[in-house]
Design a protein around this ligand. Sequence first.
Ligand code: ADP
Length: 600
Amino acid sequence: MSFSTEAESDVPLLSEAHSGIPGFLLEKAREAKASVFETRTKPHSSRKRLPVIPPGVEEPVFLDALEELRKHLGADNVERNDKPLKDGWYMEHPNTHDMMAIVDDEELVPSAIVYPGSTEEVQQVVLWANRHKIPIFPISMGRNFGYGGAAPRVRGSVVIDLGKRMNKILDISPEDCTCLIEPGVSYFALYNEIKARGYEHLWIDVPDVGGGSVLGNAVDRGVGYTPYGDHWACHSGLEVVLPTGEVIRTGMGALPGNNTWQTFPYGFGPYSDGIFSQSNFGIVTKMGMALMPNPGGYESFMYTFPNEDDLPDLIEIIRPLRISNILENVAQLRHITQTLASRGKPRSAYYTGSGIIPEEAIHAAAAATPVGDCTWIYYGMAYGPPHIRQYKLSIIDAEFKRVAGARRIDPSTLPPDEDFWARDRVAAGVPDIQELRWVNWMPNGAHIAFSPVSPIRGADATRLFALAKRRHDEFGIDIFPVFCVGLREMHLIVEIVFDRADPARRRAALDCLRCMIDDAAAYGYGEYRTHLVLMDQVAGTYNWNDGALMKFNEKLKDALDPNGILAPGRCGIWPKRYRNRGWEMTKASGDYMQGDAFFE
Ligand code: ADP
């Protein structure tokens, strides 16, 4: 089968492709690729649902429209999506579908993919979409795995892959510690460029895996692990193509001749940036970002805690330390099951039975690792010169040791491939890919996240963990919880790893997620971000005052996008011509977009 030859090919380098791997991670990428394909049994999907055409458009009209677009962008920059769907893997990911599909592979697929090379060409695509009333869906890098990857929400949309040709680092200011970038700049690329220019005093903030778009991650409100981990909060200035084709620059960017676009985010008047994040109100073509000054030293630390029910005490200890910035970064409190999976071996290496892996099997395996047995692991970092670090670390040590059985792990006892060192690099702004390892827990491993937000309180942590565990038990899924602690809130990220080639396990993962979202909402918790198929459900939980916020979003949508062409349904926001016509994906509607026959 074709996937075996794919496994033998090499990994594209950053010097060859905007989405490639930097040289210093090449060996690691090769290993990651080999282990992905070791357990891969899923063949490429031969297409059963062709042709894919934008909804409401006849095929010949669509083909003529594509010809028209080729004249603007060049023939090579407009591709139909009619070949077999290749899942690839993280570094060689598709822009034709969600490679971690949670519903039928061919459900969330574009009809075509286009590659504009400039803001002007993005405008051309938008004007074209308005002329033909064709839905378009922008992606930057398309590595939004767990949340839909490169897939559009409406089947048959035209994906605008911005990253392939718009991947310039437009500016790095070593004085202001800022940068200005296009959508196709990955964390790998930004990191490499800063090193190449010799700016040792500048750090970037990276998420768990460094191949994503710096811009795409920020607009989707992703996080990283240095003190600059709230990416959206660290951006300053956007250039946006509106759904009707006009271009705006936000903040100081509106002032001709300014030199403050990347240093003062607000400008004058209403702060408009917010409506371009997690929305479908514009296509972001440039973004400014703050860079962190090198803190002059850093030191990772790691504590383990023995029991599952240490959780509330631990969270109560973390809160004041985090709010007062003694704990300085978006740190992680991880459960042992995910930590074990991070060693990269499949679950079958520890347990070959069916159902949930028994706790004894997890603890026996953990006891045999260099870290030893435990249930929760805290990964953190102290920044600054040694005496400053020492001050903070001694407070942290005294506080964490209040939990009976807490152990500080001496990093010098840990081998170089230990997860601790990958967390250490990420918290020091060095992009990595080690985090891909836990996806190999299942054959054909894919993941999708439940990501509720709560205050940093023990009672909230206990309640959320208990509800997630109850539903995981019900659906026979091993639980992978991690608490990512922000300054005054925490995201609980529960990644469900499932075998994407097994429809029954896919269904269990989706059903489990839908139940957890409803359970959490009943307690007053909401998700900070979600997968395409869950957006209607999650948006529906933010329904205070008879859905007043969604009504406001719909007003904005109708004003900004009268033809409803830009990413219909993204984040649950439907344009007027789609609204209330059966496009929502909910538990009741099933796995398919139901909407049809809606066009006036
Ligand atoms: P990454 O590769 O960083 O994970 P993606 O390119 O997949 O990010 O972007 C995540 C999501 O954010 C996309 O699915 C898309 O809906 C939205 N998005 C990405 N880039 C833009 C952009 N330039 N303008 C508007 N929305 C965007």
